[in-house]
Ligand binder design. Structure first.
Ligand SMILES: Nc1ncnc2c1ncn2[C@@H]1O[C@H](COP(=O)(O)OP(=O)(O)O)[C@@H](O)[C@H]1O
Ligand SMILES: NC(=O)OP(=O)(O)O
Length: 314
């Protein structure tokens, strides 16, 4: 519906669906932009957020591999900022072409976004967020012995480096994002969950972590007074008994039902569970708010509640 404000959170496959080359990722984003245009055409004010797990991990690895006195390695928060700039740049280019083709004249802007976290968040004691490439168990264990870093198995897909993932508390740039949206600008922000920072003695200090982009997108949705949060991922729907013979699709579901399913352990930690938690928090933050979880190809239909899993209050 025209003039409704939505946050669209792009999952990993919207950016990298195969090779990690710049060319391949830009190609994936061209396809993504095409789908996003179908939503923009409907007249929504759109804020786009995105993940950065593969990209920030690769940037960090490049820092470590080419570290020297002349080319010192950058810390993880700075790598997060680099990933926001890189993906934002690619997506701006992709949207520019697609907007032009559709005869739309919206401006697009990427906002480097800092997100405040608690430096004492218990997440710093236990890294959980997978980033970068996948390794065999052997290779991961060798690297763990050599360096002071942690690897974990990631959803049956291989081993990945894990880093702390604190909760987002406040988005420092949310007023800027809102002001740009008021002027019909399509805003790309809060990339990779935002750059984790904390404040001390009036100073902003970056911390080495990667925030979950679904939690940060939810926070953004509340702060910019969005009507809908649209979480795009690989699957068209959320399911109960996922990948079991008795798998059941969820089309329209209330937060009460979702909470019950979550308690039953229906949603995998680190993949679907954060999306479910973000959806519940967003929908319950204000009457009338809705969240859709679906695939990129169903995004435009899901916004109109004609596809995907639609989560709402009773
Ligand atoms: N109950 C469930 N219903 C649907 N998908 C699920 C469920 N539990 C786990 N998943 C998995 O979660 C994945 C989405 O998480 P992930 O790949 O981490 O997200 P992102 O797209 O943000 O990178 C889906 O592709 C699916 O494989
Ligand atoms: N930061 C973040 O949540 O990235 P992914 O969605 O790519 O894991």
């Amino acid at each position: 519906m025209a003039n409704e404000r939505i946050v669209i959170a792009l999952g990993g496959n919207a950016i990298q669906s195969g090779s990690a080359t710049a060319e391949a990722q830009q190609q994936a984003l061209n396809h993504t932009a095409k789908q996003l245009i179908e939503i923009i055409k409907q007249g929504y004010q759109v804020a786009i957020t995105h993940g950065n797990g593969p990209q920030v991990g690769n940037i960090l690895l490049q820092q470590i591999q080419s570290h020297s006195e002349q080319t010192p390695a950058m810390p993880l928060d700075t790598c997060g900022a680099m990933s926001q700039g890189m993906i934002g740049y690619w997506l701006e280019n992709a949207l520019y072409g697609q907007l032009h083709e559709a005869g739309l004249n919206n401006q697009v802007a990427t906002v480097v976004t800092r997100v405040e976290v608690d430096p004492d968040d218990k997440a710093f004691q236990q890294p959980t967020k997978p980033i970068g490439p996948f390794y065999s168990e052997n290779e991961a264990k060798k690297q763990m012995e050599k360096n002071d870093i942690t690897f974990k198995e990631d959803a049956g897909r291989g081993w990945r480096r894990v880093v702390p993932s604190p909760q987002p508390l406040r988005i420092l740039e949310h007023e800027v994002i809102k002001a740009l949206m008021d002027k019909e600008t399509i805003v790309i922000s809060t990339g990779g969950g935002g750059i984790p920072v904390y404040s001390k003695n009036e100073q902003i200090i970056g911390v080495e972590a990667v925030i979950d982009k679904d939690f940060a997108s939810e926070k953004l949705g509340e702060l910019i007074q969005a009507d809908k949060l649209v979480i795009l991922t690989e699957v068209e729907h959320v399911y109960v008994n996922y990948q079991k013979p008795e798998q059941k699709v969820l089309e329209q579901v209330t937060t009460t039902e979702l909470r019950r399913y979550a308690e039953e352990g229906q949603f995998a930690a680190g993949s679907m569970l954060p999306k479910i938690e973000a959806a519940i928090t967003f929908v319950e933050s204000k009457p009338g708010r809705k969240c859709m979880i679906t695939s990129l190809s169903k995004a435009a239909e899901a916004v109109g509640e004609n596809a995907g899993t639609v989560i709402q209050n009773e």
